[in-house]
Design a protein around this ligand. Sequence first.
Ligand code: SF4
Length: 223
Amino acid sequence: MDRKSRLLKFVKVVKDTYEKLSEEEAPVKLMKKVKGKSPFHALITTMLSVRARDEVTHRVAAELLRKAPTPEALCSMPLEEIERILKPLGFYRQKARNVKEAACRIVEEYGGRVPDTLEELLKFRGVGRKVANIVLYNAFGKPAVGVDTHVFRIIKERWQLLPDAKKPEDVERFLMENLPRRMWGEVNRYLVGFGQAICKPINPRCEICPLRRECPYASKGKE
Ligand code: SF4
């Protein structure tokens, strides 16, 4: 089977597996509820999720956005109050500065609306390519692939579909070239949930994985 066919087959199995996982097993599912409320919710929640666990991020993001549900409200919130709410997250001081600055720039430079292009989103401090792509899909339904550590690890090391990948952009390009556009946005969620519940960073649960017979990483372990 060629690389593209293997990718399509593996992603389909992962999608079916993801759908059966609980929110406890795959906390990425919790994030959808907060992100889905508005483009602003999607932006702030995704910015807060960097280097943080989804089960903590979704709770903290929901609290912040309940108190400051619009760019205007977050821009006017005192930095100390934002820091207090974000404290359970790593890098909370930096994140507090970044989300407040983003909210103020949205008000002052974008008429209160989150911009809907990669180029503009990348201008915000605290927004890299992964965050921007996730926002483009979640907030605006634009086809874009967000590559985080789960996606990178599974494609490169576990499925060995792109063993020479050096950076997330290599995996992003590979997925865009080989998956139909309608799957670009959701593939992040499927692979993140699968990575949280089964193909974990340390000690992947190959014994219960539906891909264990075809996965190169699992077969190597058996040699
Ligand atoms: S068999 Fe193991 S390494 Fe391969 S995808 Fe499943 S959990 Fe990950």
